[in-house]
Design a protein around this ligand. Structure first.
Ligand SMILES: Nc1ncnc2c1ncn2[C@@H]1O[C@H](COP(=O)(O)OP(=O)(O)O)[C@@H](O)[C@H]1O
Ligand SMILES: [Mg+2]
Length: 225
């Protein structure tokens, strides 16, 4: 008690990868606090550890040392099952290349994560339709991702990340594969989600995108500069 619950609190996080020549120290003691409702842009040169940081916050990767807390719960040192459940309920992840299911409709791309989290089909479908409407994709429900524009695909991927109303929305270079129009479309959406109170951490190389966030942090050589 007394201490505000942060959406994210990372302390002294270290992560080293074994490699052929010499170990790669991807995170070398990262400290980061993100308050609920913040929109934080993470910047820094390629290879400085941005994706690794996002992955350890998401429970997709583990720290070797240090602690990672999301919504007041320790994420480090957990078993895979716990992490899978944690991700389903607390983390939405958006990738540069969408990672959509190409063989099924836009709607079904959103229904599936709901079902996986234990929703009934009816509820999952209604949630999926609401999100499609919210993200301006209502007319696209029955279309395959392949016929959508890049910006629309990324909006669909964001909708999918939101299905289970995550505590945290994490995005790793979500505009990196888009043209400027698609990038603006997606940035606009993140800003709207932020206005509605969504906590967001986004890796980006784009100063314009970072300018749309409430705070930008710079990483360098596995540390927050
Ligand atoms: N699974 C892995 N195995 C080995 N090395 C990795 C792995 N993931 C990342 N790295 C290395 O860790 C460093 C940081 O990578 P990354 O976090 O992806 O940086 P960024 O996202 O800032 O470009 C890089 O040198 C990268 O090659
Ligand atoms: Mg990266």
């Amino acid at each position: 008690m007394g201490e505000t619950t942060m959406a994210v609190r990372v302390k002294g996080a270290r992560r080293t990868f074994a490699a052929e020549l010499a170990p790669v120290r991807a995170l070398r003691g990262v400290d980061l606090e993100v308050a609920q409702g913040e929109f934080v842009a993470v910047m820094g040169p390629s290879g400085c550890g941005k994706s690794t940081l996002l992955n350890v916050i998401a429970g997709l990767d583990v720290v070797d040392e240090g602690t990672v807390e999301v919504a007041g719960e320790r994420v480090d040192g957990r078993e895979d099952d716990w992490l899978a459940r944690f991700r389903r309920h607390h983390v939405g992840f958006v990738f540069q290349f969408f990672n959509l299911l190409d063989g099924v409709s836009a709607l079904d791309n959103l229904v599936m994560p709901g079902l996986l989290a234990g929703m009934r089909r009816r509820a999952a479908e209604s949630r999926a339709r609401d999100l499609l409407d919210l993200l301006g994709l209502g007319e696209r429900a029955q279309q395959l991702p392949s016929v959508l524009s890049g910006g629309q695909r990324q909006r669909l991927a964001i909708a999918r990340a939101l299905v289970n109303a995550p505590t945290l929305l994490l995005a790793d270079e979500p505009t990196g594969a888009l043209d400027s129009e698609g990038g603006l479309e997606v940035l606009e959406l993140f800003r709207r989600l932020h206005d509605d109170g969504q906590t967001i951490i986004m890796v980006t190389h784009s100063p314009e995108v970072a300018a749309g966030a409430s705070r930008a942090i710079l990483m360098r050589d596995g540390r927050v500069a």
